[in-house]
Design a protein around this ligand. Structure first.
Ligand SMILES: NC(=O)c1ccc[n+]([C@@H]2O[C@H](COP(=O)([O-])OP(=O)(O)OC[C@H]3O[C@@H](n4cnc5c(N)ncnc54)[C@H](OP(=O)(O)O)[C@@H]3O)[C@@H](O)[C@H]2O)c1
Length: 338
């Protein structure tokens, strides 16, 4: 019998600045429906899309009367709904899509979600790492694998010190690519180097196309994994190979001018995707590869900052201001209601 009735949670009832809208208080613990699990969370991961949903950049409309934010987190299965193997109680798990089109995310002591969205976390992998996998690692995996094998190819990961970028470097290297990346500082270069990038280019001080030529002896890359298409589109004509692919997972602004004639003449492919709605086969492939690499200790992770649940507004401010230099921001959940 699952006992807890109340949980500490962070939530908002209107959109706006983090410090204006966040409330940290007790709420009822939701009960599992058939095929659900209840996860007692240790850590909640904060991602840019959680921030954009809360600050109104995506829409000022509240999708639900209140929202407990965050899609990523990690903890232990505390109870299961009908139809779920009771042996899963006690499993250490990481979760994904917790707040995608639902009001209850992971910024709380408990989350209830479909059992398939709670993935086994190896015993020697800590919960902070688990809270980085849902959005950053799955996005990076999809970006690397969305358009066929990268084995033997040259891949440019823009923003390689970012939460997604660091994993993209690692997945591309694991898949046999030669990886170049761009960063904006020495600290971010260290993060990208640690992730395994072969060539690191400071895009704030170097001519990126010239640095690619100097480092590889080739003038073009086969694939670009793009964090900010609006900022970098002007670079593509001088760096993308004939038949190359640009995989865009982010853009500073939505409306972007693209060199269409050049793309047409060079048979360039553009790919876009949203990690919340990965096709089932891509989701399974990402989970399988992430699980395998975690077991082999072949993935490195970086926590840029940790906050207690009472500091959730500061956690969002850190992500919003881009302060997380080379890693993820996480929020820690207490075991008991203080
Ligand atoms: N499509 C999806 O499903 C999906 C999934 C996850 C994330 N995203 C989006 O992807 C973006 C990044 O997410 P994240 O969690 O990785 O954020 P993050 O941890 O803040 O990383 C972003 C990185 O990009 C770098 N950067 C920014 N502008 C750049 C530019 N013009 N050229 C090269 N590097 C640049 C940043 O460093 P500097 O500014 O110092 O260079 C930073 O290292 C966000 O917009 C997010 O909403 C989309």
């Amino acid at each position: 019998m699952f006992e807890p009735r109340e949980m500490l949670a962070a939530f908002y009832e209107r959109k706006g600045r983090a410090r204006d809208v966040f409330v940290v208080a007790t709420l009822p613990v939701p009960r599992p429906r058939p095929h659900d699990v209840v996860v007692r969370l240790a850590v909640s991961g904060v991602n840019p899309s959680d921030v954009k949903s809360r600050n109104g950049r995506i829409s000022m409309e509240m999708p639900f009367p209140y929202v407990i934010p965050h899609s990523d987190g990690a903890g232990v299965i505390a109870a299961v709904g009908a139809g779920v193997d009771a042996h899963r109680v006690g499993d250490r798990v990481w979760v994904y899509n917790a707040q995608w089109q639902r009001p209850h995310g992971t910024a709380a002591q408990y989350v209830v979600l479909p059992a398939s969205q709670a993935v086994r976390l190896p015993d020697d992998v800590d919960f902070e790492t688990g809270a980085c996998l849902g959005i950053p690692a799955q996005t990076a995996h999809r970006a690397v694998h969305i358009d066929g094998s990268v084995a033997g190819k040259t891949v440019l990961v823009t923003g390689g010190a970012g939460a997604v970028g660091r994993y993209a470097i690692q997945f591309a290297k694991a898949a046999g690519a030669s990886v170049l990346t761009t960063v904006s500082s020495a600290a971010k270069a260290d993060a990208a180097r640690h992730a395994g990038a072969d060539v690191i280019i400071d895009y704030t001080t170097e001519d990126v196309a010239a640095s690619i030529r100097a480092a590889t002896g080739r003038s073009h890359v086969d694939r670009v994994i793009e964090v900010d298409m609006a900022a970098n589109a002007g670079l593509y004509p001088s760096i993308i190979a004939k038949g190359g692919t640009i995989v865009c997972y982010g853009s500073g602004v939505d409306d972007v001018a693209l060199p269409v004639r050049m793309f047409r003449q060079s048979d360039v492919t553009l790919r876009f995707f949203l990690v919340y709605q990965l096709p089932l086969a891509a989701r399974r492939a990402a989970i399988s590869d992430i699980s395998k690499m975690l077991k082999q200790r072949a993935l490195s992770h970086a926590i840029a900052a940790r906050f207690p649940i009472a500091g959730i507004a500061e956690a969002h401010d850190a992500v919003e201001a881009g302060l997380a230099s080379g890693g993820n921001v996480v929020v820690q959940l207490p075991e008991q209601i203080p």
